[in-house]
Design a protein around this ligand. Structure first.
Ligand code: APR
Ligand code: PHB
Length: 399
């Protein structure tokens, strides 16, 4: 087995692993990133698209924000369509902060080019990844690449390998607590070659269920429909998708999305998931490996970025000041933000989806809440401050 040595071994080249590698590089800390998929797959994979201001600031400050600055679409507000009546929440006026629409695959592309420029290792298409010695001073990652076996010896392992990765699974069950909620619906998402017909996102609660209008560029619209968690995409020819989207999204003011050729379709289930703590010995979990939110609050990518910002600072402090204090606090500091986002994402999801049981009381209660949230300045401010996100180094509440 071929031995390699580095300071930080990073498993996973999603936004979390790549941004961590980049921030460590800026601090002069060496890392190796390994990824089991191909570079093309990682770049092409269609994922989230809403960046909080703190994520945008982090990308700009760390020198990977050039394309984002030119191609990202800055939005001051969002619309909520309440049973056909479209109401706007002016997040910039209420909070002074905004969101930027820029696809996760663009973020990944920018981070891969930054990594490539540094010449530090980023290895795609590895297999048989496993981690060892997590409670020792020198943990190790083993993997196979082109039929050759490798072992990376490092000071720390960063588990940035997403929800289905191996890092979290390698922690003894007695050392971890899982909090989970699975929702009785999913989202059918499409990309269409159609000019976005609204400059801002439209979240819609229709009697037939939730729908969302979003975008990826001035010529590409991204749309979602609430569906069954195990919905069969093959039952959704393009015409049926457009019928349903137009029914659920169009509003009394005459607005509706533009229709165009569909270039991508997929169904995702929805879950809330947290694994605590986000550390075992010298292995630290970050991003989807540690937590999943339902996509309604657009928080997944932003939480991943906040985690790795914290982890990079903590690792830097270990090397520069020989102090483990930030590493010791990593999990609890991340989890405050994670639970705030969990609560918000659960709330947005419950507010906007058609529940699986048509209880008349719940319908009236949800309608009253939708009207309140789109008319009271206090309620809109609360939604807005959560949606645009807290500054990255701030969390609310006490331990
Ligand atoms: N070895 C190496 N890489 C792995 C392994 C493994 N055993 N298992 C998974 N991976 C890779 C996946 O292929 C993926 O590229 O880890 C990466 C994890 O990336 P993401 O799933 O994108 O997770 P993360 O970087 O935490 O980003 C969170 O991703 O799920 C979206 O919308 C979510 O925006 C959020 C963001
Ligand atoms: C997206 O554009 O993919 C998107 C936007 C807002 C969400 C979720 C996804 O809440």
């Amino acid at each position: 087995m071929k031995q390699i040595r580095t300071q930080v071994g990073i498993v996973g080249a999603g936004p979390a692993g790549l941004m961590l590698g980049h921030l460590l590089h800026l601090a002069g800390i060496d890392s190796i990133i390994i990824e089991n998929r191909s570079q093309d797959y990682v770049i092409e994979r269609v994922r989230a698209g809403v960046l909080e201001q703190s994520t945008v600031d982090l990308m700009k400050k760390s020198g990977v924000g050039d394309r984002l600055q030119h191609e990202g679409m800055s939005h001051d507000g969002i619309y909520i369509n309440v049973f056909g009546k479209r109401r706007r929440i002016d997040m910039a006026a209420l909070t002074g902060r905004r969101i930027t629409v820029y696809g996760q695959n663009e973020v990944v592309k920018d981070l891969i080019s930054a990594r490539t420029e540094t010449g530090r290792p980023l290895i795609f298409e590895v297999s048989d990844v496993s981690v060892y010695g997590l409670e020792s001073e020198q943990p190790a990652i083993r993997f196979t690449k082109d039929e050759e076996s490798f072992e990376i010896r490092c000071d720390f392992i960063a588990g940035c390998d997403g929800f289905h990765g191996i890092c979290r699974e390698s922690i003894p069950a007695s050392q971890i607590h899982i909090y989970e909620r699975v929702y009785p619906f999913g989202w059918l998402g499409i990309l269409a070659n159609a000019t976005p017909s609204s400059p801002e996102l439209v979240y819609s609660r229709h009697s037939r269920g939730f729908a969302l209008f979003s975008m990826r560029s001035p010529s590409v619209t991204r749309l979602y429909l609430q569906c069954a968690p195990d919905e069969d995409v093959s039952q959704w020819p393009d015409d049926r998708i457009w019928d349903e989207l137009l029914t659920r999204l169009q509003s009394d003011d005459g607005w509706k999305p533009n229709v165009g050729p569909i270039t991508q379709k997929g169904v995702t289930g929805m879950r809330s998931f947290v694994s605590e703590p986000m550390r075992f010995g010298r292995m630290f979990l970050a991003g989807d490996a540690a937590h999943i939110v339902p996509p309604t609050g657009a928080k997944g990518l932003n939480l991943a970025m906040a985690d790795v910002w914290r982890l990079s600072r903590a690792i830097q402090r270990h090397y520069e000041a020989n102090s483990g204090d930030l590493l010791d606090r990593y999990s609890q500091d991340c989890l405050r933000r994670v639970w705030r986002a969990q609560q918000f994402s659960w709330w947005m999801t419950s507010l906007l989806h058609r529940p699986d049981t048509d209880n008349a009381f719940d319908q009236r209660r949800q309608h009253a809440e939708l009207l309140y949230v789109t008319s009271s300045r206090a309620a809109m401010t609360s939604l807005a401050e959560n949606y645009v996100g807290l500054p990255i180094d701030e969390t609310t509440g006490e331990d």
